[in-house]
Structure formats: C-alpha cells, structure tokens
Design a protein around this ligand. Structure first.
Ligand SMILES: NC(=O)c1ccc[n+]([C@@H]2O[C@H](COP(=O)([O-])OP(=O)(O)OC[C@H]3O[C@@H](n4cnc5c(N)ncnc54)[C@H](O)[C@@H]3O)[C@@H](O)[C@H]2O)c1
Length: 395
C-alpha cells in the first residue's frame, strides 16, 4: 500500500509504519547521544507508552539506562487494506530496536482502565520480573469505562464558571479565528476527573501493591500541564485542570501510603501530540511558543523533555527538585519570563495574514505529521509498504 496522510482537523486517520519507525529511531539516537543516565537497570512500566510523552518515557530508561520495559497502550494494528495507528507502529519499532540491543520489552494493547488488562500486566510482571521499580502514568483519553460499575465517563475541555472566548487556529486552513466555549455544566467536572484524574493511576499502584510487586523505594510519576494565563480558562482553571488537581491529590495519597518520594507529578511543556492538538486555543499558543523557543535555542520535544526529567530528577542520584507544591517542573524553559512575554506580544498581534511570519505554524504542521510517521528523512513515501506489522512480543 502507498500510504499518504489523511488529516481532518486534529486527526490523521492514516499512519506510516516506516515513518513511525524513523521517528522512534531518531528519539533513540537522541538519548544515546546524550549518554547513560546515572541510575539504571530498573524495571519500568509505562502506561500510555505508544505516543507523545509516554513513548519518550519508555525510550529514555530503555536506551539511556538499559531498563527492561513493559508498555501499555490502546492502539490499532494495521490490516491488509487499512493502516494501523501510529502508536501501534511506534511500539512495534520500539520493540524491534529493544531486541537489537538485547533489552526486555513487552507490550499490552488494550484498555488500561480495565481490571482485565491490569491483571494481565501484573501476571507478566510477577512471572518475568518479580517486582517493578518505576511506573510512568501517561494516559490521555477522551473516555473511561469504570471497571467496577461499567459506567462510561467522557472528559470535556471546558472553562468553569463562565464561557471563554479566545483566538484560535484552524490547523487545516491556517486561519486565525476566534472560538467561544460554553462553561462546564452538570457532571462535566466530575466526568473529566473520572477520566483524566488520578483514580486509575492509584488503582494501578494499589493493584501492584496487593500483588506484592512494588519494589522497595519504587517511584511513580504522572504528567500535568499549567501553561500561561491566557489558556488558564480552558486548561488550568478548566475541567482538565480540575482533573490535574485530582492527579496531584492522588500523588499526595500515594506518598501518604508508601512514603514521600514514591509519587511525583511532573509538569511538562506544551508540545504537539495527539492529545494536545485536540485542545482549543493550544495549537496557536504552541505555534507561537515554538517560534520563540527555537529562536532562543531552548526548544525541546517530548524526548528532550523526558530525558531531562530522568537525568535531572528521577534517575539522578540526588532527589528531584520540586516547586512549592511538590511538583517537578520541566516546563521551566517554557515558563521563563522572557519566553512568555515574547509569546504574549506575538499573541496580541497574530492574525491569519501574519501567522506564518510570527509563528512557527510550519513547525507545528510538520511536527503533527511526524506524529503519524510522515515527513521523516530516509523514508520514500512514494513506495508501497506493508501496513501489517506484528508486535514482536506478541509472536
Ligand atoms: N502534550 C502536551 O502538551 C502535554 C503537556 C503536559 C502534560 N501532558 C500530559 O502528558 C500525558 C500524556 O499526554 P500526551 O500528550 O503524550 O498524549 P498522547 O495522546 O500522545 O498519548 C496518550 C497515550 O495514552 C494511551 N491510551 C489512551 N487511552 C488508553 C486506554 N484506555 N488504555 C490504554 N492506553 C490508552 C495511548 O495509546 C497513548 O499511548 C497526559 O497526562 C497529558 O495531560 C501533555
């Protein structure tokens, strides 16, 4: 099959297996270029391991620390006439590169929220490892079925208390328009908390504990975002922000149960991922942010962010450096005063006519396509390729 990108808004319905492989390879090469982490050899479970921050969180300990990894994700394998999802191809590629290095890597494709998948993963950890040292929780999902009640919760991206209007970017057409979003109502906050809050993270930790699989001194980390005031209504002070507050409370609860330093929340930088491209206003902010950060040499992608998370905090011989609320802040370069004031200046000015000049919309678009394996060097996109790729650990 010759595979081309088919994009619709913030979705690309095709993915290129060879491009995804190159994308994974380039992240591995970055990590190997940076050198080994101070601590290594730990068993690492990554929940949400196939794309974005979670994929980087699997690559960094594996290729920077020789760590055995288990990855959990919800992806689609390809068929003869339909491409699989990018996360499927990324994970196939990850496993292939891991095998070349002699690294243990197993992957579980299914619903991380379910009891069944947790049990499968726990049985494997019991049989293969005996304990787990690091659990990275990097799920981003629009819905969750409560495994006890069967009720389906849907998360929403809405402001709380009042509607919110702001500039917005149509990433298909490059038009800067405005968007108005109605305030949350009914159970919107609760539902979003149920999906993107910490309940499922805590279930994983409790289930691993009950199975006797948490190593002494284990660490777990979940990811959050804060960002600039202009996106506060839709993010930090909105329904998703409430869910992230719940994640922070969950970290405190895990620390209360297992001791300080067991659970961390890391606040990460705004980056183009499948999850972030669905948030109104954020793609325009990211396009402006990339321009400023690339110009002043501080731009990072997921792999650079997560390498820094492990090398400066989690796998550093010292303790992680925390903010006044006990969070790790790898969004420090994004939030630097001069970066934010340059982005806010540009925000006031940006419109459809000057978008390509004052923002890095080109960079945004090419990063978005790379998420699906398009635009990578070394791939001939005019050639037929096989969309069916087996997961090595499943065979
Ligand atoms: N992208 C950003 O700008 C940004 C910034 C800061 C923090 N974060 C946070 O990082 C975390 C990861 O986000 P991302 O942007 O990397 O997202 P992403 O969309 O790239 O990745 C989501 C992952 O979750 C998995 N997943 C979704 N539903 C699942 C299910 N039911 N069962 C198993 N796996 C499932 C997917 O397969 C994928 O591996 C989120 O907590 C997000 O809020 C993202």
């Amino acid at each position: 099959m010759i595979i081309k990108p088919k994009t619709r808004g913030f979705i690309c319905t095709t993915a290129h297996p060879d491009g995804c492989k190159e994308h994974v390879r380039s992240q591995i090469e970055y990590v190997q270029g940076e050198g080994n982490l101070e601590k290594s050899g730990k068993n690492v479970l990554v929940i949400g391991a196939s794309t974005g921050y979670g994929l980087a969180s699997r690559i960094v300990p594996a290729f920077g620390g020789n760590c055995p990894t288990i990855g959990v994700f919800f992806e689609k394998p390809g068929t003869e006439n339909r491409t699989g999802s990018a996360g499927w191809y990324n994970s196939v590629a990850f496993e292939e590169f891991a095998a070349q290095k002699g690294l243990y890597a197993k992957s579980f494709n299914g619903d991380a929220f379910s009891h069944e998948l947790k049990k499968e993963v726990i049985d494997t950890i019991k049989n293969d490892w005996g304990h787990v040292d690091m659990i990275v929780y990097s799920l981003a999902s629009p819905r969750r079925t409560d495994p006890d009640t069967g009720e389906v919760y849907k998360s929403v991206l809405k402001p709380i208390g009042a509607p919110y209007s702001q500039k917005n970017l149509n990433t298909d057409t490059g038009e800067v328009t405005s968007v108005s979003i109605e305030a949350a109502e009914g159970d919107d906050i609760l539902n979003t908390e149920k999906v993107m809050g910490g309940e499922d993270w805590e279930m994983w930790i409790n289930d691993l504990n009950e199975a006797g699989l948490l190593a002494d001194g284990f660490t777990t980390v979940a990811y959050s975002y804060i960002g600039p005031e202009l996106t506060f209504p839709i993010y930090t002070n909105g329904t998703i922000g409430k869910a992230k507050e719940h994640v922070e409370k969950t970290a405190a609860a895990i620390n209360g149960k297992f001791g300080e330093g067991s659970a961390y929340v890391s606040v990460n930088k705004a980056l183009v991922t499948q999850a972030s491209s669905a948030i109104p206003v954020v793609p325009l902010y990211i396009s402006l942010l990339y321009k400023v950060m690339k110009e002043n040499g501080t731009h990072e992608g997921c792999i650079e962010q997560i390498y820094r998370l492990f090398s400066d905090h989690l796998y550093h011989t010292g303790s992680p450096k925390l903010d006044e609320k006990g969070r790790i802040r790898i969004d420090d370069l994004e939030m630097a005063g001069e970066v934010q004031s340059a982005v806010m200046d540009a925000w006031q000015k940006v419109d459809t006519d000057n978008l390509t000049e004052i923002s890095d919309f080109e960079g945004y678009r090419s990063e978005f396509l790379k998420l699906f394996g398009f635009g990578l060097n070394g791939v001939d996109y005019t050639q037929e390729t096989n969309p069916v790729r087996e997961m090595p650990s499943a065979t």
